[in-house]
Design a protein. Structure first.
Ligand SMILES: [Zn+2]
Ligand SMILES: [Zn+2]
Length: 263
């Protein structure tokens, strides 16, 4: 499996991905907004885009569908419950469905509600396992719930779907928010050594030069994966005096998500 990360330079800092079978050159385009960039990149490398997959229905994740399909005849895949909003979906997906790309790639569809209630992530069973996490899990952060989402559902997704993945899983997120998110980590947990080191190391780096972090690394600097950290809980109790001494991970997640909204 080859993963090509594309940077269309949108104001929302989107990443696009081409997931390519090395044997056949068949490619799956994840969340295309900038169709030209996606099509030009595939053409340069001699890849054939045979499928487009949208992690969810927000415009910056589907805006290039029509032009990619017109140019390639690719099939569009998305959560079955997002098909009406996206339009022209050829295959509605449910949790556990398999998506094959060429001969060598099999991706597993994970139902991951929270950012929207019809969001999917793709898990690649490969030598280096990988997750295409859309707007659910960001590098050092979590998706917002402003546009049709629900923080409690997002917590359940983290607790059930994300927590079940191997630590070696490479996290390919829908946007480059890594540096900004590290700022939030340090606001909630000042002195977090992994966040401090990474912030220093990455300052000024171009988006395509940002590291692809693993889930195991995320557990050191992603606040939303550190729900039992005494420093995070102590800081939250200062902000929310009603929070009990030993809050549940769910309560901590929901308060963190609320604070992140206003950060
Ligand atoms: Zn979104
Ligand atoms: Zn997005």
């Amino acid at each position: 499996m080859h993963v090509e990360r594309l940077w269309p330079d949108t104001r929302l800092r989107n990443y696009h991905y081409l997931v390519v079978c090395r044997e056949t050159g068949d490619a799956l385009a994840v969340d295309p907004w900038d169709a030209d960039l996606v099509l030009d990149t595939a053409k340069q490398h001699g890849w054939q885009i045979t499928q487009v997959l949208n992690t969810h229905h927000h415009h910056d994740h589907i805006g290039g569908n029509a032009r990619v399909v017109a140019a390639t005849g690719a099939k569009v895949l998305a959560h079955a419950d997002a098909a009406r909003q996206i339009g022209h979906v050829d295959r509605g997906l449910a949790h556990g469905d398999a998506i094959r790309v060429g001969r060598s790639i099999e991706l597993e569809c994970l139902d991951t509600p929270g950012h929207t209630m019809s969001h999917i992530c793709l898990f690649a069973h490969a030598e280096t396992p990988a997750l295409f996490s859309g707007d659910t899990l960001f590098n050092a952060g979590a998706g917002n719930c402003h546009n049709g989402g629900d923080p409690a559902a997002l917590y359940e997704t983290f607790a059930t779907r994300i927590a079940a993945l191997p630590d070696a899983t490479a996290i390919h997120a829908g946007h480059d928010y890594l540096l900004n998110n590290l700022g939030f980590t340090l606001a909630r947990e000042p002195g977090n050594p992994a966040a401090l080191a990474l912030q220093q190391q990455l300052a000024g780096r171009a988006p395509l030069a940002m590291p692809v972090t693993t889930l195991g690394e995320e557990k050191h600097f992603n606040t939303f994966l550190r729900l039992t950290s005494p420093a995070i809980i102590a800081g939250l109790r200062e902000r929310f005096p009603d929070l009990p001494d030993a809050p549940s991970p769910r309560e901590v997640f929901i308060r963190l998500r609320a604070l992140r909204n206003g950060w």
